[in-house]
Design a protein around this ligand. Structure first.
Ligand code: NAD
Length: 376
């Protein structure tokens, strides 16, 4: 009997993406699996049921999970949903391993082999599976557009009979995957772009996109290519140099993050006060605490004449392409987990081993295991 893959409708409020899109069905066929979709799962992303050729459509999750071998999701299941997953099945999706201990315990109880896309190693071989990057790219693009939309100024230089408009000045903070896409997008819109990241290696990447790197004299290169937390002194120096650039800008896009930790505060209330009235901050880190002290997640607030947007679940705003990219990431991961039409978990494969959160009743990801089982 072939492997059955089940794709539920996402249940988190506002989530428009879906884990599998019609264009990857051929890839799934090659793996020799059968696709079962919950009716309406792709609708919000623009993928109506009739487009899923060859898939079995079912109404509810009990029919969906009956005898299913693999469950594919975008958002993590709720505690309750995790407790209802097919026993011993595989689960692939964003699973926020740094939080949601009760959910993780339920995955253990159901002996689910769960693979968290957040844990996929950032190595060259795994680039096709890197959903943080695929979704980060989309978020960066959207945040730059949001900044342009919210700004009362135009981004490009315009020479018209009614006079010349000077290009907008945009500052992007955090030049990871999302930040670099925000820089590229703001540049394409014609803005003058400056950018800053604690990792010195990003200077060249910023410049290759036509941005100017802001040198604050602070470097925070951490382990594995990620940033480390800065000392108080370093933070003050970074903040002052950045504040000077931010005060001169028309729009700021902040994307600074430290994996599994609250977002660093980079723009305090005082800096907002120094900004020009009419300027804009789009804070991509709103959901993890925000890079701006005045950000409110899911809201647009105005402080000292500055509009501060704290959008939530940004990739879902471009649900069609976000789902397409995400579905490809999942299929590429599935290709490592299915051999000759059967599930085969090769623990010698770094991508398989590192991305596994739970398996056979155990938490395999050490930091999560220590937290959940240490009772902290
Ligand atoms: P992220 O979302 O974790 O963080 C975004 C950016 O914020 C990072 O560039 C980080 O340095 C920066 N940042 C953190 N604290 C800051 C602060 N106080 N001030 C300013 N900036 C701050 O990062 P990401 O985009 O997911 O990428 C993380 C790393 O992984 C990067 O080194 C990236 O190049 C690397 N990566 C590698 C691959 C690969 O296949 N080799 C693929 C994707 C990403």
């Amino acid at each position: 009997m072939s492997i059955t893959i089940a794709v539920p409708r996402e249940t988190v409020s506002g989530e428009r993406r879906v884990a599998i899109v019609p264009s990857v069905i051929k890839q799934l066929d090659k793996l020799g699996v059968t696709l079962r979709m919950q009716r309406g799962a792709g609708e919000a992303g623009g993928f109506t049921d009739d487009l899923y050729e060859g898939a079995t459509l079912v109404d509810d999750t009990s029919a969906l999970y009956d005898g299913a071998d693999i469950v594919l999701r975008v958002q993590p299941p709720s505690v309750e949903e995790a407790g209802k997953l097919p026993e011993g099945s595989l689960l692939l999706g964003f699973l926020t391993p740094h939080e949601g201990d009760s959910r993780i315990k339920n995955l253990q109880k159901r002996r689910v082999s769960s693979f968290a896309l957040e844990l996929v190693p950032r190595i060259t071989r795994a680039q096709g599976i890197d959903a943080l990057s695929s979704q980060g790219n989309i978020a960066g693009y959207k945040c730059a557009l949001m900044a342009a939309h919210l700004s009362p100024k135009l981004f490009p230089m315009l020479t018209t009979a009614a006079g010349t408009v000077r290009p907008a000045r945009v500052v992007v903070v955090g030049a990871g995957v999302a930040g670099l896409q925000a820089i590229a997008t703001a540049k394409r819109l014609g803005a003058i772009v400056e950018a800053y990241d604690v990792r010195a290696a990003t200077k060249e990447q910023v410049e290759s996109l036509g941005g100017k790197f802001i040198d604050t004299g602070v470097s925070a290169e951490g382990e594995g290519g990620y940033a480390r937390e800065l000392t108080d002194e370093e933070k003050a120096q970074q903040a002052e140099v950045l504040a000077q650039h931010i005060a001169q800008s028309d729009a700021v896009v902040t994307t600074a993050a430290i994996p599994g930790r609250p977002a660093p505060t980079i723009i305090d209330a005082e800096t907002v006060q120094r900004m020009k009235a009419g300027s804009v901050i789009v804070d991509m880190a709103a959901e993890t605490g925000g890079n701006c002290e005045l950000t409110e997640a899911g809201k647009e607030v105005v402080a000292h004449g500055v509009t501060i947007a704290g959008p939530k679940n940004i990739p879902s705003m471009a649900a069609t392409h976000a789902s397409e990219m995400y579905a490809r990431n999942l299929c590429n991961l599935l290709a490592l987990l299915i051999k000759d039409g059967e599930i085969h978990l090769d623990w010698d494969d770094q991508v398989v081993a590192d991305s596994c959160l739970t398996h056979d009743g155990e938490i395999r990801h050490a930091p999560t295991r220590e937290r959940v089982e240490g009772g902290n």
